[in-house]
Design a protein. Sequence first.
Length: 453
Amino acid sequence: MTARPISETVASLMPRAKAELAELVAFRSVADPAQFPRSECEAAADWVADALRAEDFEDVALLDTPDGTRSVYGFLPGPVGAPTVLLYAHYDVQPPLDESAWLSPPFELTERDGRWFGRGAADCKGGFVMHLLALRALKANGGVPVSVKVIAEGSEEQGTGGLERYAEAHPELLAADTIVIGDAGNFRVGLPTVTTTLRGMTMLRVQLDTLEGNLHSGLFGGAAPDALAAMIQLLASLRAEDGTTTVDGLATDEAWDGLQYPEDEFRTDAKVLDGVELIGAGTVADRIWARPAVTVIGIDCPPVVGATPSVQASARAQISLRVPPGQDAAEATKLLTAHLEAHTPWGARLSVEQVGQGQPFRADVSSPAYTSMAEAMRVAYPGQEMQSSGMGGSIPLCNTLAALYPEAEILLIGLSEPEAQIHAVNESVSPEELERLSVAEALFLRNYAESKG
């Protein structure tokens, strides 16, 4: 097997890939109409559909999913009797956060220091472009040897489950022999990696009410129950002194026995300030891949500018709990809710609303697809062997697909290595990684077809 024709073709296609990624990044496709117009997501979906049609995909469709967003589907038939591979990516993105903190506009792909910056460049618009590159390289070198289905999700970042529910209602649509999820990433730039586990998640919106209305803190403070203070105390109950997540009844002692994450490298990747300690116990890999982790991702409270001397009557927070493989997200939700009920101070009135949930995932690394991918990555990354790692994030669709198609092999690859800074300001993608992973995916499809032939 030689990678020269494939690698040369992908290299020649990189200028086109950059131009296409720039077009796709320009859509402000945050799947939350409270933040960005729905038309931005609709335009991005149309762009993806047009790209599939241009590659001779059949049955291209904009799927209206139950959460009010659209996923894009297309089918490219392969040779008679060839296996079917489903390629996944998502075109929706996280909000840009503080746009003033970006060194270049978040929705304008900008080259700097050898990387391409822009929201979604790595997560996961770049993943869709990676699929296009791999297929184009194969078409230019003898043809695509498998039947290919592509699904580009429109609300992955919101965790609202639209595509999962659509797939459950139309189980024949995404059926495949193997599934490549292009929404993960290498452990480090230049180190080919498949992700073998994902943490699940549950998302709760919590409100505390203590008074009929705000009160003057000088007249009532000290005796009137302050809802914001109650919320701070309640949220503090979710962590031990060392920062370990402490949800009553939830196990927090699992260990990761695969590729390890050196603490000094993690500190650099996470940009931890000098003198600030990491939180939790165990190895870094234990903490981010094998154990639950709670994060308060938002609090509604008066801003400092314009604050008045008031005792707050109500407070609201949104809590994310990452759930490791081996634990059930629904059970974790129950335990988290019970913990909040048990630790609410001063008899404050508590209301809890679940706004998202996804199960953790563990791949079968003994499958033929993994052998095919290892061979492909060995060629695409000369001198490197494929590594297996966990990922602390969640891709709820993985479990839906595993349940719908228990015989299918599922692999997770992608462009979200640490330098990509996904979900943060100044997200970027390494064009070298985009090129090498596109080569790897093309070679994988060829290897996989041969293994099934």
